[in-house]
Design a protein around this ligand. Sequence first.
Ligand code: PNS
Length: 168
Amino acid sequence: MTAAVYPGSFDPVHSGHLDVILRAREIFERVVVGVLDNDQKRYLFSVEERVELIRQSLGAATDIGVRPFSGLAVEFANQERAGVIIRGLRAVSDLDSEFQMALMNRRLEPRVHTVFLTTGFANVFLSSSILKDVCAHGGGIEGLCPPVVEAALRARLAPVPAAPARNG
Ligand code: PNS
């Protein structure tokens, strides 16, 4: 059995991510979630907030590590002495970019294998971006993310008022 890292942006973590994390935990000896800190990217939540939201969402599953990382995912895997990078696959549309990333990671570090775990049916169309968009427009996001994430999203995103109807 080997250790695995699960790198991602997690801005914020949602039910699809948690499904992947918990299933990875059943397969691998040790699982560490890596939260990317990339200063070229604009995030809704800081890296410390994203790490904390994952920790709180995992609750009693304290055997799962959650750490920030910057730089290459394969370097993070090496640092954690992990032989596997886990990625979640939702639909065929993910495949193109995930394939590209997996092959590049393999070229950078042949010792590290990418393992894809498929998302459950309920989460196939779920992404952090869509969650933020729906929440920003006042839509319901119950069940799509843990309550702690829902509260953080509601606190951070004031609903965008609908445009007034035009007369004439
Ligand atoms: O949750 P995301 O945004 O789909 O995760 C993408 C992530 C963080 C896994 C990817 O951008 C990444 O690994 N970034 C670190 C830089 C890196 O290793 N790049 C080479 C892989 S092509």
